[in-house]
Design a protein around this ligand. Structure first.
Ligand code: HSE
Length: 326
């Protein structure tokens, strides 16, 4: 009988950059993955949901690998694991699915062994793997985060998003890898572009902290990555330029894309018009896409330690049935 418990975590998706805050700003979103982890005689995976098709079911699996990093850091040896996961976070679309898996896997492994590592440690470990702190920070801490990574340690501040803020994402039906979207960025930028982005990032962070929705549109302007990435996402240029005319407070590429994200005032009356504009613009450019209304997720990753009673996988799905989107 194992001396370790069975852990369950719920981890939110996230959006990174929010326009100008490249590799710095992140916000957790109300789209989730659930993970259960426990020691087993032999490593086994139960992966559910459309998003899990094609995900590795052996020890090369990301959840398994990050769990082993946590165990090594904590000085424990648990080579065989039973890992169960259901995810509604689309893969390779700019909604932080890999950051959610890293944070969720680390949190599940840590909870299983009695949480010897604190969140600051998990944040450093997760960022070392992702290389930038924006998505992992948001999934770990929830709300909105502004973070700095020095190559070893991440400093951050968590900001409570304004209650009036709602998010509309348009998710195109094609994948775009972060590596490809980073590959098109220039090595050098001008001082005026740097000043443009520093000032907008600062204004956006302060505007969100102060609940100044009126400043969001002007503060979400970017010259560091979006102009270079626009050719990779048909319709993006028009969406960035015109979404504010259809009811968006501001619009940005979500992380490395191809999803675009609008910030919307909950009280906005043109929500349907905005949805139609996003989908039709993508269609005009030959790209099928779907929209999804989300909220900033206030909580970050949450963990529970459960009794090890050999619960069947059905009860895992039952457990999350009321919460998941489909
Ligand atoms: N900040 C990153 C980027 C997010 O835009 O490339 C993607 O993980």
């Amino acid at each position: 009988m194992s001396m370790y418990g069975r852990s369950r975590v719920k981890v939110p998706a996230s959006t990174a950059n929010l326009g100008p805050g490249f590799d710095t700003l992140g916000m957790a979103l109300s789209l989730y993955a659930w993970i259960e982890m426990e020691e087993a005689a032999e490593t086994v995976f139960h992966l559910y949901g459309d998003e899990m098709t094609g995900v590795a079911r052996d020890k090369s699996n990301l959840l398994y690998r990050v769990a082993q990093m946590v165990f090594a850091e904590a000085g424990v040896t648990i080579p065989e694991l039973s890992i169960t996961m259901y995810s509604e976070i689309p893969l390779t679309r700019g909604l932080g699915s890999s950051a959610s898996a890293i944070v969720g896997g680390m949190a599940a492994a840590n909870a299983m062994i009695g949480s010897p590592l604190d969140n600051a440690k998990l944040f450093d470990m997760a960022t070392a793997l992702e290389k930038h702190p924006d998505n992992v920070g948001a999934s770990l801490f929830g709300g909105m985060i502004t973070a700095v990574w020095d190559g070893k340690h991440a400093d951050y501040i968590r900001i409570e998003p304004p209650q009036e803020l709602e998010v509309l994402v348009v998710i195109p039906e094609f994948e775009l890898s972060t590596a490809k979207a980073r590959g098109v960025l220039p090595d050098k930028i001008t001082v005026s572009d740097a000043v443009h982005n520093i000032s907008r990032t600062s204004l956006l962070t302060a505007a969100l902290a102060a609940g100044r929705l009126d400043l969001i549109g002007r503060a979400m302007q970017d010259r560091l990555h979006q102009p270079y990435r626009a050719p990779l996402v048909p319709g993006m240029e028009k969406l960035l330029a015109e979404a504010p005319k259809h009811g968006a407070l501001g619009i940005a590429l979500s992380g490395a894309g191809p999803t675009l994200l609008c910030m919307v005032d909950r009280r906005e009356s043109r929500k349907q018009e905005l949805e139609l504009f996003l989908v039709e613009t993508m269609q005009e450019h030959g790209i099928p896409a779907r929209t999804c209304w989300l909220s900033p997720c206030i909580a970050g990753v949450t963990t529970e330690l459960l009794a090890r009673n050999g619960m069947q996988s059905e009860s895992f799905l039952d457990m999350i049935k009321g919460e998941r989107k489909s």
